[in-house]
Design a protein around this ligand. Structure first.
Ligand code: CAA
Length: 396
């Protein structure tokens, strides 16, 4: 039976910011170009638009923009941050972490611990759990943590994984008495297993995936993490959150996971999906897979799109990283948390629609190092990737 302790709902997400690339390609157009029925992508996979990163956007610039958005929304300043972790599986250097570039771009203090975490799409959750432990241990000494999940998903032109690409970043400010969602650290159910479902060898820019096997691995991991979460929460208590958020490589995957949850809990999946899961899929369906940030993009979507007040309600989280490591945990929504999130949806309308030919050209151009002129850089109001100079990445 669960013991009430200090780690239940004391710490959590205090502010959340999102950054997405400035362009997208409709999956209907991509389907037609690939000779596939459009319904396969829009209904079969459950994604309508795929975000495409431009040549001046990378994992670093998206991370810096998401963090700036979180700071602005939450009234947080760089000086408040004592720990900055970037979870990513599309890092820009084998040694220098994305968090180091972010420190420079955001002006994080020198007495801030900065590093990068990796475990496929679980890397962001690894950062979140580390930040929560840092706070609970007393090491924070009044500071907050900044956890950024940032990625550009690439499988390759014409590959089966292509329609499940996407790009984006979600930044979470983690603190005590959080203003968005408090996490129950006492019931985090973990499940890990050495499987080869998705990987990216050091020399490859595109991910390798055993697609259908990865779906099986995801569901096996859900079963394991769910059982562990239920054991820690007390199996005599019904598992009845007011919303369920799943890692969303594409919407249909969340559908499959929810069907499994309903089967395990003896509930009707059709009835509960629209109510408990659909609000969390609205924004992901217009961006695609953002890897580490995917679960937290679903949270942003829930806060933006839930037709009901979530004040004081419990929300279930399921994080999956191929390879694999998965976690199921629960959070409690702080009253007032939904305020201001509807604007995220409107922001998605402010993007440039690409033709498939333009998207393909942008995809290929990322293989070529470029260095824009400094005058081009100074004309821009936000962090941009300018290119590589003598092996060093340059931002402006
Ligand atoms: N109209 C409507 N639906 C259609 C259709 C049509 N004309 N044609 C096909 N469909 C449906 C299919 O029935 C299927 O739905 P179900 O799964 O419910 O049966 C769906 O569309 C997809 O069809 P296929 O399985 O035939 O598609 P595929 O073989 O081309 O590949 C995929 C699908 C395996 C997901 C592939 O896109 C892929 O490899 N993606 C990358 C890997 C991935 O995202 N894995 C998810 C789990 S791992 C993870 O979560 C970590 C991560 O982020 C990568």
């Amino acid at each position: 039976m669960l013991q009430c302790n200090m780690t239940q709902f004391s710490y959590g997400i205090d502010a959340l910011g999102v950054a997405v690339p400035s362009a997208y390609v409709p999956l209907e157009d991509l389907a037609l170009a690939r000779g596939v029925p459009p319904l396969k992508y829009t209904e079969g996979l459950g994604t309508s638009l795929m975000a495409v990163a431009g040549p001046d956007e990378d994992t670093v610039t998206l991370a810096a923009r998401a963090a700036a958005d979180a700071f602005e929304r939450g009234g947080v300043s760089a000086a408040d941050i004592g720990l900055c972790i970037v979870g990513t599986e599309t890092a820009v250097d084998h040694s220098k972490p994305v968090s180091s570039f972010v420190q420079g771009l955001l002006g994080l203090p020198a007495n801030c611990r900065i590093f990068e975490t990796k475990h496929a799409c679980y890397g962001g959750t690894a950062g979140l759990m580390t930040a929560l432990d840092w706070l609970a241990s007393g090491s924070a000494r009044g500071k907050k943590a900044l956890v950024i999940c940032s990625d550009i998903a690439r499988y390759g032109l014409g590959s089966p994984g292509e329609p499940t690409q996407g790009a984006g970043s979600v930044a979470l400010v983690i603190g005590e008495a959080p203003r968005l969602v408090a996490i129950d650290m006492a019931t985090v159910g973990t499940h890990s297993n050495h499987v080869y479902d998705f990987w990216r060898p050091l020399e490859s820019k595109d991910a390798f995936v055993d697609g259908h096997y990865s779906v099986t691995c995801y569901l096996d991991a859900f079963r394991g993490a769910h059982a562990e979460h239920r054991r820690l929460a007390g199996t005599d208590r019904p598992d009845r959150p007011s919303a369920l958020l799943y890692h969303v490589p594409y919407g249909k995957m969340a559908h499959k996971a929810h069907r499994l949850w309903c089967e395990l809990e003896g509930l009707d999946a059709v009835e509960s999906f629209e109510r408990l899961v659909a609000p969390g899929l609205v924004i992901p369906s217009r961006i695609g897979n953002v890897y580490t940030g995917s679960l937290y993009l679903a949270l942003a979507s829930l806060l933006a799109c839930s037709p009901e007040s979530l004040d004081g309600r419990d929300v279930s989280f399921f994080s999956y990283g191929s390879g694999s490591c998965a976690e199921r945990f629960r959070g409690r929504v702080t009253p007032g948390a939904q305020r201001g999130f509807a604007s995220l949806l409107a922001r998605l309308d402010d993007r440039r629609k690409l033709t498939v030919a333009e998207y393909e050209a942008m995809f290929r151009s990322r293989d070529e190092p470029r260095l824009a002129s400094m005058s081009e850089a100074s004309a821009s109001g936000r962090a941009r990737f300018l290119g590589v100079d003598a092996g060093k990445r340059v931002y402006g």
